[in-house]
Design a binder for this molecule. Structure first.
Ligand code: ATP
Length: 358
């Protein structure tokens, strides 16, 4: 099911007597094609959950519209929208078994949607099979690991055969290993069911790894949308550049001078025809090349060999990061006895942002 968000805006009353309204989401316009998995990404408080709650119907937009397919669902309550929702805290009923938890949403179906007991059992088993928890059906949530509980929550969201699946930070309560495993499973389930899915996270790596497309938000406003690699390779502003990538992008205070991008005295890239001005220069960790006559001269801090790669930590007075982190191939020889390290920069990994507007 295609989802369309049209000028979606949500503001809340301020808390104090004289405080102004909080705009949680502003003029959100976006189309999610049928069957895609979208990662909604941004720092805490940027409006991700509010957006998801509006899509699901738990929150009413202040203005704007939401369409599922061609149908305007803006005024419909959650139960009439055909959405499955999974939250961070699973919200399973502790006194019910896994089977009873999964069947629960089916018991309230009315009229033509009403199912027989046998149909409900079949649907629950199908949903359980999708997330591979068939052997756990008679257990109570307290007897399951966090990852298993989250799978039950996903099965429960899928049991009504929703057109749309909404996941709000579904992996935050899992440890690192389970997170990785569960995110791959979510991707597999989504591919198998082809349910249009919105996945909210503040973890850029998580969003980048499983999404068909990502939406990066800041303070209620969409900054950029696109395929993960496209956004990583061509960030529209400094915020997006800094938000994506581990280790993070290295940012330098720089200048455009005489048609060159300069960091201090070092001309790191040609910028023909560009007018002289102050800029921020962003260089991805993989954008540095170790070169004896490289223009960018940094103080060498340390070298870590990490199997395939070498991570070089260095410093430069124009760097805005506490350390410059560069990742180069392990085949490169690094003179660790030297106090300095000289870099050239790969043009495709260097981004220039305006000094005032970023
Ligand atoms: P997090 O990752 O921390 O969950 P988020 O990106 O999901 O954050 P939202 O929960 O959507 O952000 O909140 C967006 C903004 O709206 C925040 O400033 C938040 O304080 C505010 N907000 C959210 N819900 C309400 C509410 N019911 N009343 C007042 N303000 C709210």
């Amino acid at each position: 099911m295609k989802i369309q968000l049209e000028d979606l805006t949500k503001s809340f009353p301020g808390r104090g007597r004289n405080s102004s309204r909080v705009t949680a989401v502003k003029d959100f316009n976006f189309e999610i094609p049928d069957g895609e998995l979208i990662g909604l990404l941004g720092p805490s408080g940027c409006g991700k959950s509010t957006t998801l709650n509006m899509i699901c119907g738990l929150e009413k937009p202040t203005s704007g519209k939401i369409f599922f397919g061609d149908k305007d669902v803006t005024a419909l309550p959650p139960e009439k929208r055909g959405v499955g929702m999974v939250f961070q805290n699973y919200a399973l009923y502790p006194h019910l078994t896994v089977r009873q938890n999964i069947i629960f949403p089916l018991q309230n179906l009315k009229g033509k949607d009403k199912l027989s007991r046998a149909e409900m059992e079949k649907r629950a088993m199908d949903a359980a099979a999708l997330v591979q928890i068939q052997e756990l059906m008679e257990r109570k949530p307290g007897e399951l690991s966090g990852g298993q509980q989250q799978r039950v929550a996903i099965a429960r969201a899928l049991v009504k055969l929703p057109h749309v699946l909404l996941l709000d930070e579904p992996l935050s309560n899992l440890d690192a290993r389970l997170r990785l495993q569960t995110r791959e499973e979510i991707r597999k389930i989504q591919r198998a069911t082809k349910i249009t899915t919105v996945f909210v996270t503040h973890d850029q790596e998580e969003a980048m790894s499983i999404s068909d497309r990502i939406v990066v938000m800041k303070a209620g406003v969409v900054q950029q949308t696109g395929k993960p690699q496209e956004v990583y390779d061509d960030p529209v502003n400094l915020f997006v550049a800094k938000f994506l990538g581990t280790p993070p992008i290295n940012v330098f205070q720089g200048k455009i001078k005489n048609g060159k991008v300069c960091i201090g005295d070092a001309a790191v890239l040609d910028a023909p025809g560009q007018k002289d001005r102050d800029v921020f220069v962003g260089i991805r960790p993989e954008g540095f090349l170790l070169k004896e006559d490289g223009p960018l001269i940094c103080q060498l801090g340390g070298v870590e060999v990490m199997g395939r790669d070498i991570s070089i930590v260095s410093n430069h007075e124009a760097s805005l990061n506490p350390n410059i982190r560069s990742i180069i191939s392990a085949e490169t020889k690094v003179d660790t006895s030297s106090e300095i390290v000289r870099f050239a920069v790969k043009p495709s990994k260097l981004f220039v942002f305006d000094g005032s507007s970023e």
